[in-house]
Write a protein that binds this ligand. Structure first.
Ligand code: ADP
Ligand code: MG
Length: 311
């Protein structure tokens, strides 16, 4: 668990992070979202002491970060930044191995870890470990950057706009990748972005920053359904609220008895998928399956009613 307690940063009389407090549960993804200049990067960097707080404290599993030497702290906390920050003259393997080498891991343990991570990220170790960053696609470079941040098995991974440099299509893939990796590794992730869509898609908890203040902190459903103020509402995009809400609700909650024609959807698909399917194929209900067997249907009416409650 990470406990951030009233953390503040003042630069030359300007408060850029203003008494932010939040508790981050172990194994969750927290996404800090806000416009440019709202203090996201500064907040993130105060967690690993790349920036020293003016006041306030951070505890990681009960231990105050102020009691840990910054260089030791940074070896324990993974850090991935926009544009991946890979060393261009080092091979992929050596890039991933950077922190384990600093920690003095034995060679064979490092080699095994590099190959394990490459495999985890869907990159065949034999084909990729000796390549150089310039020989990779943008998406592959991004994955290597994240693999490097994870190499020493940090309890905590900080990510600053990690997908900012990717085009929207690769970006969606990279986000899906990250969720999958997270499910496998169970590490705690704090990710910063200016993109509310990305926040909603990735986060267990979203923290919204505005002018250095944390204006709302909660599950994505809550941010979408009950924005704390006009700024949050604007970020969520009033017009898109119903659709965003639909994309967060699985079909399984609205399944009712009865048959429906045509291609079925799985019960973990979202209501947004169900709605698109209905509209696209002109049906007013879609069959729903679980483990390959039809368990009922979801109707256009039920979806409408579900959105209506929040509209
Ligand atoms: P974000 O990541 O949300 O875009 P930052 O945390 O980078 O915001 O910056 C927040 C504010 O703090 C900005 O106004 C920025 O100009 C200012 N700032 C950031 N770092 C420094 C610094 N080292 N010295 C002075 N001002 C800074
Ligand atoms: Mg920033």
């Amino acid at each position: 668990m990470i406990e951030i307690d009233s953390i503040t940063k003042v630069y030359g009389g300007t408060t850029v992070v203003d008494a932010v407090s939040m508790t981050i549960e172990t194994g969750t993804i927290t996404v800090i979202v806000g416009t440019s200049g709202s203090g996201k990067t500064t907040l993130l960097r105060m967690i690993n002491r790349l920036v020293e707080p003016t006041s306030g404290s951070v505890r990681i599993n009960g231990e105050a970060t102020s009691d840990i030497a910054p260089h030791l702290l940074r070896r324990r906390i993974g850090y991935a930044i926009q544009g991946h920050g890979l060393f261009p003259h080092h091979s992929v393997g050596r890039n991933i191995a950077a922190v384990p080498r600093l920690l003095g891991w034995p060679k064979d343990k490092i080699a095994a870890r590099v190959d394990e991570l490459l495999a985890l990220f869907g990159m065949e170790p034999g084909a990729f470990r000796d390549r150089f960053p310039a020989e990779l696609s943008g998406g592959q470079q991004q994955r290597v950057g994240v693999a490097r941040a994870l190499a020493s098995r940090p309890d905590l991974l900080l990510m600053d706009e990690p997908f900012g440099a990717l085009d929207p299509i690769i970006r969606a893939r990279a986000q899906a990748d990250l969720r999958e990796i997270h499910q496998k590794l169970g590490s705690t992730i704090v990710l910063v972005t200016h993109d509310m869509e990305e926040a909603i898609r990735l986060a267990d908890r979203v923290g919204v920053m505005d002018g250095g203040k944390l204006v709302q902190h909660g599950p994505p459903e809550e941010i979408v359904a009950r924005p704390a103020n006009g700024f949050v509402a604007e970020m969520v995009g009033d017009a898109e609220r119903p659709m965003r809400l639909l994309s967060l609700i699985p079909v399984r909650g609205l399944v009712e008895d009865g048959a429906a024609p045509g291609e079925p959807l799985r019960d973990d698909a979202s209501l947004r998928d169900a709605l698109s399917e209905c509209l696209w194929t002109g049906r007013d209900a879609v069959p729903v399956t679980r483990d390959g067997a039809v368990i009922g249907r979801v109707t256009l009416n039920a979806i409408r009613t579900r959105v209506g409650r929040h509209a």
